[in-house]
Design a protein around this ligand. Structure first.
Ligand SMILES: C[S@@+](CC[C@H](N)C(=O)[O-])C[C@H]1O[C@@H](n2cnc3c(N)ncnc32)[C@H](O)[C@@H]1O
Length: 312
């Protein structure tokens, strides 16, 4: 897989991961390559020179991803804004909507609930919930992403916005009746076990926690929407994160992996019971690609896993 193709598929829920061998650091020669997308502009702005698999702790991952999402926020919304909508609740690139999936429970029952959105981006899902009578709070680590929430929210019911790291939530215990995330924070943090514990802490007993993330099986495949994205080339079991780095070796973007079993263990250790794992199928006739998500791959492999859990 060529690097320009990889970078041109970046700025996704999952960025276009290149194909570094486990443990290696692969220095990329971006110079001279056709940098043909806005996300490549982000890599250039951040001084990214290479990608690899290496450990990245909680602080390094959070710092890199905050900067990356700040820098990419405009491009992200330019490319995906119409798919995500203004006041809409889409769980994943397969286009599954809360309106039909009802993973948070019956929509009619959401009115009056205090709901936390984790890694909210521009908070379109929270606005959808507010329009149905719920009381959402949306938080994200990136001021750039939250700036889009401020602009989009100017014409609708106000949703409180908070800038925070999901690994250390600035909310009191037992505050929310429901929590959810549509690809926010969870794939990007080094300590997703801490995120599960933090969500458990701020929820009331019996509350639901539903989050969408990359389907773990995709980790083993190159992030390409085409045929080269159909051959496993990396170990599903390699928990070393995907790291992009600058000339000093500092991370400029980090994406972490957990196996399916890891996710279940992190949830149960935090006190959640797992009710379901939804693997949305690629809808017939749906042709819209999102980075590595494509009809070709979607017909053969799951791209998203949505974990539905309840605090015991
Ligand atoms: C793919 S976007 C999803 C945003 C929104 N849910 C959407 O569908 O557009 C991922 C979001 O996670 C946020 N994020 C990454 N790391 C985070 C962290 N440690 N704590 C909170 N948010 C984080 C990013 O800033 C970004 O807004």
């Amino acid at each position: 897989m060529s690097r320009p193709q990889t970078y041109s598929q970046a700025k996704a829920y999952s960025k276009g991961r290149d194909d570094p061998k486990s443990g290696d650091c692969v220095v990329s020669a971006l110079a001279g390559q056709p940098l043909d997308s806005a996300a490549v502009g982000t890599e250039t702005e951040l001084g990214t020179v290479g990608v690899g698999r290496r450990p990245a702790n909680a602080d390094e991952s959070a710092r890199a991803n905050r900067r990356w999402w700040d820098a990419d926020a405009d491009s992200y919304h330019l490319e995906h804004g119409s798919f995500l909508g203004h006041s809409d609740f889409v769980w994943c690139p397969e286009g599954l909507r809360e309106e039909s999936a009802q993973l948070l429970g019956p929509t009619a029952g959401l009115a009056g609930l205090r709901i936390l959105e984790v890694g909210a981006g521009s908070a379109m899902c929270s606005r959808w919930l507010a329009a149905r009578g719920a009381t959402p709070v949306a938080f994200d680590i990136s001021a750039g992403m939250l700036r889009h929430a401020t602009v989009k929210g100017a014409t609708t019911a106000a949703v409180p916005l908070v800038q925070a790291d999901a690994q250390r939530m600035p909310f009191l215990d037992n505050t929310f009746d429901l929590a959810f995330s549509a690809f926010g924070a969870v794939p990007f943090v080094a300590d997703s076990a801490a995120v599960m514990c933090e969500v458990a802490r701020v929820l009331r007993p019996g509350a639901r926690w539903v989050f969408a993330a990359n389907h773990p099986i995709r980790w083993a495949f190159p992030d390409s929407p085409g045929p080269d994205g159909l051959t496993a080339t990396m170990s599903y079991f390699d928990r070393n994160p995907y790291v992009e780095f600058d000339a000093d070796g500092s991370a400029t973007y980090v994406e972490h992996h957990r196996t399916l079993g890891d996710r279940v263990r992190e949830l149960t250790a935090a006190g959640f019971g797992l009710l379901d794992v939804i693997e949305p199928e690629w809808p017939d006739g749906f042709t819209q690609e999102w980075g590595q998500w494509s009809p070709l791959r979607g017909k053969l492999l799951p791209g998203t896993a949505i974990y539905v859990s309840e605090l015991c």
